[in-house]
Design a protein around this ligand. Structure first.
Ligand SMILES: C[S@@+](CC[C@H](N)C(=O)[O-])C[C@H]1O[C@@H](n2cnc3c(N)ncnc32)[C@H](O)[C@@H]1O
Length: 217
């Protein structure tokens, strides 16, 4: 079957910027306090619900996967880009990273206690997000938690370069209400929403949502 075009461009782009990305993007310990608090709240909720495995989808160089591990979670990383998976595996040989697309995870139904999508869904065209959120819902067990963080807005960007390298991916920033609506349509209960204005570290509006899969599903 032919792969969707955005997966090819996203994989190729992150393969070429992976090394520079890993060098330049701030480690989780340097994230803004609100983002760190949301990651900590997510970890506490997943641990409290039994500590089942957590997938960090679009894990990039694995720093947030390692941060979740340090917060007591049994986390593994998944990324579309082989170079990102290689860098993550080299940096954190004790953790598991694998190559896959977040809309086709090699994970059984109801297997996970948590799912983190941290700045990783914005390369998916909005009309294809329902399939991604359906995959999150399928793989999370009853009561499992989803933490989603990403840029917000109402823009479609087609950058030609990132980190000094040519890229062909596109980025879609949606209003937070739209993402909430899509998560609800996928069967999630969205319990917490946070939106931050641009600041000295992140030059765009960005948001974070905490949701869970109802026990009764
Ligand atoms: C902006 S980076 C964020 C990386 C990491 N979450 C972090 O916070 O450092 C986006 C990552 O998502 C990955 N990605 C984008 N679309 C994906 C998809 N459909 N499936 C899996 N990974 C994807 C990219 O390869 C890239 O590593």
């Amino acid at each position: 079957m032919t792969e969707a075009a955005h997966l090819t461009t996203t994989r190729e782009s992150y393969d070429s910027i992976a090394a520079v990305y890993a060098e330049r993007v701030v480690p989780p310990a340097e994230l803004d306090p609100v983002s760190r608090a949301m990651l900590a709240a997510f970890a506490e909720l997943v641990r409290g619900a039994g500590g089942r495995p957590v997938a960090d989808v679009g894990c990039g160089p694995g720093r947030v996967t390692a941060h979740l591990t340090a917060l007591g979670l049994s986390a593994f990383g998944v990324d579309l880009s082989p170079n990102m998976v290689r860098l993550a595996s080299e940096a954190y040989p004790e953790l598991r990273f694998r190559e896959a697309s977040m809309d086709a995870l090699d994970v059984p139904d109801n297997a996970l206690g948590g799912m983190l999508a941290w700045y990783s869904t914005h390369h998916t065209p909005p009309e294809l997000l329902p399939a991604v959120f359906a995959e999150f819902h399928r793989t999370l067990g009853p009561g499992g938690f989803l933490l989603w963080g990403d840029y917000t807005g109402d823009t479609h960007l087609r950058p030609t370069h990132a980190f000094g390298q040519p890229v062909s991916y596109e980025s879609y920033h949606l209003p937070l209400d739209r993402t909430i609506e899509l998560l609800r349509q996928a069967g999630f209960l969205v319990t917490t929403r946070v939106e931050q204005e641009p600041n000295e570290r992140v030059h765009r509006t960005h948001g974070c949502l905490l949701a869970h899969k109802a026990d009764t599903f």
